[in-house]
Design a protein around this ligand. Structure first.
Ligand code: FE
Ligand code: FE
Ligand code: ZN
Length: 296
């Protein structure tokens, strides 16, 4: 525990006119030492050229703040579905978008791109896993960056794939470029998928047995509005859901997760971000009962 360092932050926005510079300022205002952002709108694939995004200005702030740039996370747009090959044009679009997201991630000086594995639609898990592995192989065969793709564990909403550690492992195993792949563990999603999220040691042991903890690149810290196994994917503020503060605190500070960035994606309260308060409570170890009503 000598070199223990809590890497904790949240999802941040990137908007006109300050773009990346604004994202970094937002993260710092929450007391974060890491953060996650989308390089454009999460729900579409339209992307502004990097030259317009004030990257140099943002990177300067990162350096001044002593933030480890290699732990900052980019999230790919969530509409792409590299697991569906039933329409060739959409499969090609997924390849194109993931390829461009890798390039963009590298353009920000970042090293980790979080990707949702996608949905099988009606083809079943096995076909979808094959499709995604093929998609990733095509993308990675053309990419010369050292950015890693972190496949996110999913809640199992609709026909999402990647809802068990076994499925994530199968994707990695089928891919030729294994050293470019890692995993993002989302606490809300694993609970929704059916894991006993409160048994932190058990979850991490299982993750290690099936996938290997060396693959774990990011943890998404979210409470869940729903009970274990609900497959709903609705995040909740810390302490207001079925996961709770104590369990989230355990993930934040678990020795096996030392050095792994933890990112909050909990919902805004009355249009205001909850992250400053949530981060403070995760750092201090002191939960403020009724904090949402008190501060918002
Ligand atoms: Fe995600
Ligand atoms: Fe997530
Ligand atoms: Zn989610």
């Amino acid at each position: 525990m000598d070199d223990y360092k809590l890497l904790l932050g949240s999802h941040v926005s990137m908007n006109s006119p300050d773009f990346y510079e604004g994202s970094v300022k937002e993260a710092l205002s929450y007391g974060s030492n890491v953060f996650m952002f989308y390089t454009g709108a999460p729900q579409n694939t339209y992307r502004k050229p990097l030259s317009e995004l004030k990257i140099q200005e943002g990177r300067k702030l990162i350096k001044e703040a002593g933030i480890d740039e290699s732990k900052i996370i980019v999230h790919a747009p969530y509409i792409i579905n590299g697991a569906n090959k039933s329409r060739e044009d959409l499969f090609d679009l997924s390849i194109k978008v993931i390829g461009s997201e890798l390039e963009r991630t590298a353009g920000f000086g970042c090293k980790i791109l979080v990707l949702h594995p996608g949905a099988h639609v009606s083809q079943g898990y096995d076909v979808a896993i094959d499709n995604l592995a093929e998609c990733l192989d095509i993308v990675l065969s053309k990419d010369n960056s050292d950015v890693k793709i972190a496949l996110e564990t999913m809640a199992g909403k609709g026909t999402e794939i990647g809802i068990t550690f076994e499925q994530i492992k199968a994707i990695i195993d089928k891919c030729k470029y294994k050293d470019r792949l890692g995993v993002c563990l989302d606490t809300c999603h694993i609970s929704d998928a059916g894991y006993d999220v409160h048994d932190v040691d058990g979850v991490l042991k299982e993750f290690d047995r099936i996938i290997g903890l060396d693959r774990l690149l990011v943890v998404h810290l979210n409470d869940s509005k729903n009970i274990r196994g609900a497959h709903k994917d609705r995040h909740e503020n810390m302490g207001y859901g079925y996961i709770g503060y104590e369990t989230m605190y355990k993930y934040a500070h678990h020795p096996l997760l030392n050095g792994i960035p933890k990112v909050l994606e909990t919902p805004y309260i009355n249009e205001k971000p909850p992250y400053k308060q949530e981060i403070e409570m995760l750092k201090s170890g002191k939960y403020i009962e009724g904090w949402r009503e008190k501060f918002f």
